[in-house]
Design a protein around this ligand. Structure first.
Ligand SMILES: Cc1cc2nc3c(=O)[nH]c(=O)nc-3n(C[C@H](O)[C@H](O)[C@H](O)COP(=O)(O)O)c2cc1C
Length: 283
């Protein structure tokens, strides 16, 4: 169980907050080759079913991010730290993997951010480029190497991603779903469009975990709309090996409350409610 990249993961302090709450593994905010300022405020809109946000991958660049991965590993050597990165250029990707890989225990390639032009889902939906980058990346990566997938609405797309990433050791399924919009005085984002996270995307995320499990035995982190123990049990039942905690934190007073509740999902027996629900709806 880890946090999800981008959610309280941009500083050593915020990551240590997850450790204090009981996590034993962490994922760091996605790093890019050059520093990025991100989009102006307002950049997130929270509503009942979730969050629409367009942060724009703000980060100080991979060299600085690697140094704070190093700091965490020195302070907490037993914690498994995953560095997330986004790239669309082979040479930049190899430099980032080499440097981040010196300190992190594993690397997560973000091919799914829906609102960073030329990065994220621009790579995840371009299977030729994805194949070239995964191949080049793995050559330079001595640590476990995974992909953070976007939502793929068709199996053809999902299989293309899996084929293009033969070298991947794990998948994280899924990132926020673009291109979402919320309107109104309280809500408008400076970027207008953003990625949808939270309960609203949980059925898509669980569906994609289930579909992916049908095509591969690789390790899967389920992510998307996890709020409570029942959500965790659903992801595990659909085929995930582990889970990542994201915007569900908005529903809890503290990270500890969120972690304690969701941790219980690993021993939580789901009612066989799928069959029940099917009968209620279709009979
Ligand atoms: C404020 C915010 C920032 C995010 N930043 C990143 C990021 O930098 N890298 C990434 O891979 N995903 C990022 N995400 C996506 C989350 O990691 C996660 O995949 C998504 O929110 C779905 O999970 P959830 O519904 O549990 O929040 C971000 C999400 C939010 C809400």
């Amino acid at each position: 169980m880890t946090n999800a990249s981008g959610v309280f993961s941009s500083t050593v302090d915020s990551l240590e907050g997850w450790l204090d709450a009981g996590l034993k593994a962490l994922i760091v905010k996605t790093a890019t080759y050059k520093p990025r300022k991100g989009y102006d405020y307002p950049n997130a809109a929270v509503f009942n079913e979730g969050v629409v946000q367009a942060m724009g991958l703000p980060n100080p660049g991979y060299k600085k991010v690697a140094l704070f991965v190093k700091e965490i590993k020195i302070k907490h050597p037993d914690i498994f730290v995953i560095a997330s990165f986004a790239a669309s250029d082979k040479k930049e990707l190899q430099k980032m993997i080499t440097f981040l890989g010196k300190y992190a225990d594993a690397l997560e390639f973000n091919i799914s951010c829906p609102h960073a032009e030329g990065l994220g889902s621009s790579v995840g939906y371009d299977f030729k480029l994805l194949g070239e980058l995964c191949k080049a990346g793995k050559e330079y990566c001595e640590k476990p190497f995974g992909l953070k997938m976007p939502y793929y609405p068709t199996d053809k797309m999902l299989k293309s991603c899996i084929r293009a990433s033969e070298s991947a050791d794990f998948y994280t399924i899924i990132n926020s779903v673009g291109k979402a919009m919320v309107l109104g005085k309280k809500f408008g984002l400076s970027n207008r469009l953003g990625g949808l996270s939270g309960s609203a995307i949980k059925p898509l995320a669980i569906g994609q975990v289930y579909r992916t499990r049908g095509f591969t035995n690789k390790f899967i982190f389920g992510c998307g709309g996890i709020v409570d123990r029942n959500d965790v049990a659903e992801f595990l039942k659909a085929g995930a090996n582990a889970i990542q905690l994201g915007s569900g934190i908005n529903r809890y007073p503290t990270k500890k409350d969120f972690v304690n509740e969701t941790k219980a999902g690993f021993n939580h027996i789901l009612d066989d409610y799928f069959e029940k629900q099917g009968k209620e709806v279709w009979e």
